[in-house]
Design a protein around this ligand. Sequence first.
Ligand SMILES: CC(C)(COP(=O)(O)OP(=O)(O)OC[C@H]1O[C@@H](n2cnc3c(N)ncnc32)[C@H](O)[C@@H]1OP(=O)(O)O)[C@@H](O)C(=O)NCCC(=O)NCCS
Length: 191
Amino acid sequence: MNSSRPCDIRIEPFTRDFYEAYVNIHAEILPVQYPKGWYDSFFTNDSRVGLVALDMSLPAESRVVGFCTGRVELKERGCLECIFKCGDKVMMHGYVMSLGCRKSHRRQGIASRMLGVLLEELISRGAERLYLHCTTVNKGAVALYRKHGFEVVEKLLEYYHFHGKYHDAFKLSKKIPPNQANDRKRRHHAA
Ligand SMILES: CC(C)(COP(=O)(O)OP(=O)(O)OC[C@H]1O[C@@H](n2cnc3c(N)ncnc32)[C@H](O)[C@@H]1OP(=O)(O)O)[C@@H](O)C(=O)NCCC(=O)NCCS
């Protein structure tokens, strides 16, 4: 654990100002590389949300110390009872696409803060269920997601391929209570 805590961490939307730093920090922290179009999609696709964590005590060019991205998407409801009760054949899912924090800044609650902001945003955009994937060996990330109410719902063998081999993944999911989801949806549409 780091002994010094940065005094001023800000969580802000991913904008073009942070483009290069965002690409670099993803490449530094994650084993999976994304194409340029993936980053561009945050400016052209309303269903996507990107966040940066900035350490304001650092010089401007090295302030980006964390990232978190997600999207909302329509999914078929799996359960016939839901279709009859709610009349909806589809529901909105929120998916956490990426999350990471620079090594120098870990265990200071930064990823947790970013994830909290991201989940609120996905819920405000209508997500009724949240989900994500994570390698089964990533105990730290799984602990973090559990703290945010996620549960492991599936183990997917050889889901990822990186560093020349396959890696198993957990699918984790979190259900948003209907009242909470609807309240937030109403507030979002009223804003
Ligand atoms: C996983 C990761 C995002 C956590 O970032 P972080 O800013 O250090 O996380 P936080 O400080 O917000 O941690 C919040 C809680 O999550 C859990 N946690 C986080 N990292 C942990 C670790 N290495 N071991 C055990 N628990 C951990 C703890 O419960 C922690 O609370 P605590 O510090 O009070 O015990 C970071 O280690 C990282 O970037 N890893 C590489 C990329 C990655 O694995 N991303 C997730 C892909 S699914």
